[in-house]
Structure formats: C-alpha cells, structure tokens
Design a protein around this ligand. Structure first.
Ligand SMILES: O=C1C[C@@](O)(C(=O)O)C[C@@H](O)[C@@H]1O
Length: 309
C-alpha cells in the first residue's frame, strides 16, 4: 500500500501540531515535519514538543537551501538534530544524497532499528533520461538507503513516464515524484507503479513542492486507496486543464459502477507526443479539449480514409 503523507510547513511548533491533528483526522498515514520551515527552530526544546503525542508516524526532514529547502546552517548541526529525532523515536529521517555518505558515517551504525533512512535527490529543472534515473537510484541504494526518494520536475507530461518505468523496476522501496502541474499524474498514480509514499497537502496554502494535490483530492476525487497495478488510466487531455470539473464527475461515475479506473486532468503540450508515450493498454481512454479538439477530426478523417481503402 502506498502511504499518504502530509507535509507540515507551519512556522511554529503550535501550528504544526494543529496541522498534524488535522492530517490524522483527514485520513493521512503519516506526516512529514519540515524542520526547516520553523522560524527560530531550537532542536532540544522544539523536537520533543513536536513529537509529544503526535497522532501519526513521523518523517523528519531538515532540508538545506542548497537542495531547495530553507535551512541555511551547517551540516554538523543538522546531522545532530536528525540524530536527536531518531533517538526520540521518529519513524523516518530524510537525508539528501549529496551528503548521505557523510551522514551514514556520522551515524556510525547507531541508527535505531525502528527508524528508516530515506535518501533523497531533487531536480527542480527537469527529469533525466531513464538511464540517468536508474543510475541515480543505484547510487542511492549503494549509500545504504532503506527507501529511495527521487523528485524531479516535469517540463512536459511525457516526462512522468520515465519515472514510472524506473519505479516499476526498482528492487527497494521507492518514492518517485515529478513536480509541477505537468507531473500531477506521478503523485496520483503512485500506488499503480508501486510507490512507497505520496504527498497530499492540507490546503493550497500549505505546499512544500509544486504540483502537490490536496489529501482530500487524493482520497475523495481520485479514490487513491483503490488505485493499484491493474487500475486503468483515463483522463482529459487539455491545456489549460486545471479549471475542468470532469475529473470530479467521471471519477464519481467510475466509482458508482465499480469500474477499476481513475480519470485524471492531463496537462499536455503536444497531443501526438502524449498519445505516443502513453500508448500502453492501461492508458485506455481519453477525452480531448482545447486546444487539441481539432486533432480529433484529423484522427477521425484518417480512420475514414483507411476504412474506405
Ligand atoms: O522531498 C520531498 C518531496 C516533495 O518535494 C514533493 O515533491 O512532494 C515534498 C517535500 O516536502 C519532500 O521533502
């Protein structure tokens, strides 16, 4: 089962505690505490307060600014804080691949068994080739990760297919996410491709990366708990597509007739490229809207021509 994780991005401990309670009430499986978001964070006082009676399992992330986070201090203090979190019983700690070797050395075998180490890599510009992604995954595995995490950026919706290909072949638990609106599919279809975890935010003001859906959308619109390897993918291909109410309507219909499929908003830039990339039988039906409607006529005319020959 793919876990649903709510990132906590409050600026104070109190705000995070309120959001952790909201995440539990909304049906999340765990929370990610982004320590780098807390203003004036004091590890020894704030960490025990944050973890005390937290209603859900906890992933702790203390993201430095050189990897897209807000922490601008040194690694030594950061490593000590992450180790303190482990001692206090957190379930997961996230460390960036660039310093993972150093961190594993710092731990020198003292990581509590209960705590899983997530080694992460972020690319805020693009999504590399399948080969480069696979090499990245291998490097993360080598460093001793319990869970591999790769977050890239989609400049075109077809980029997501490379992440899926790498995820299905990964031999260890993997979190594979593609940021930006064009990458939404990677977040919703995570259970179809064996993703260990996917992020859902509490509301639009509480994002920790671009393209994150809300937890409510994942649960109530896309019915993510029912998505699995056999789920068919349907959707609306359009640009823009965010405004469409189609996913709400179609997913309700699919659920009401018990058909194992999910209907997604698909923000595409080139229809032919999209159809060429997502041609596997599981991507089994699409609606088409502006600016691609004219393409339907060309396809229909080609078919008529073929039939008449
Ligand atoms: O590394 C990740 C993944 C993420 O960037 C995302 O794309 O959802 C969100 C971050 O909070 C988390 O630390």
């Amino acid at each position: 089962m793919t876990l649903l994780c709510v990132p906590l991005v409050g600026r104070t401990v109190e705000e995070m505690k309120i959001d952790a309670a909201a995440a539990a009430a909304a049906g999340a499986d765990l929370v990610e505490i982004r320590l780098d978001y807390i203003e004036g964070f004091r590890p020894r006082e704030d960490l025990p307060r944050l973890l005390h009676s937290c209603p859900l399992p906890v992933l702790v992330t203390y993201r430095p600014n050189w990897e897209g986070g807000r922490y601008d201090g040194d690694d030594a203090t950061r490593f000590e804080t992450l180790y303190l979190a482990m001692e206090l019983g957190v379930d997961y700690v996230d460390i960036e691949l660039k310093v993972a070797d150093k961190f594993v050395g710092f731990l020198s075998g003292n990581k509590p068994d209960k705590c899983k180490l997530i080694v992460s890599s972020h690319n805020y510009e693009s999504t590399p080739s399948c080969e480069d992604l696979a090499n990245l995954v291998a490097r993360i595995q080598e460093v001793g990760a319990d869970i591999v995490k790769v977050a890239t950026t989609a400049t075109d919706i077809v980029d997501v297919s490379r992440m899926f290909q790498v995820m299905v072949h990964c031999q260890v638990p993997m979190i594979g996410l593609v940021m930006s609106e064009r990458g939404l599919m990677s977040r919703v279809l995570s259970p179809k491709f064996g993703g260990y975890l996917t992020f859902g935010i509490l509301d639009a003001t509480k994002t920790s990366a671009s393209g994150q859906p809300t937890l409510e959308e994942l649960l109530d619109i896309y019915n993510i708990r029912c998505i699995g390897p056999d789920t068919k993918v349907l959707g609306l291909i359009a640009n823009p597509v965010k405004q469409s109410k189609s996913p709400i309507l179609h997913n309700k219909c699919l659920q009401s007739v018990g058909y194992n499929a999910v209907y997604l908003p698909l923000l595409a830039d080139d229809l032919a490229r999209f159809l060429d990339t997502y041609s596997a039988p599981d991507f089994s039906g699409f609606s088409c809207s502006l600016p691609f409607k004219w393409m339907q006529y060309i396809v229909a005319m080609n078919m008529m021509l073929l039939l008449s020959q």
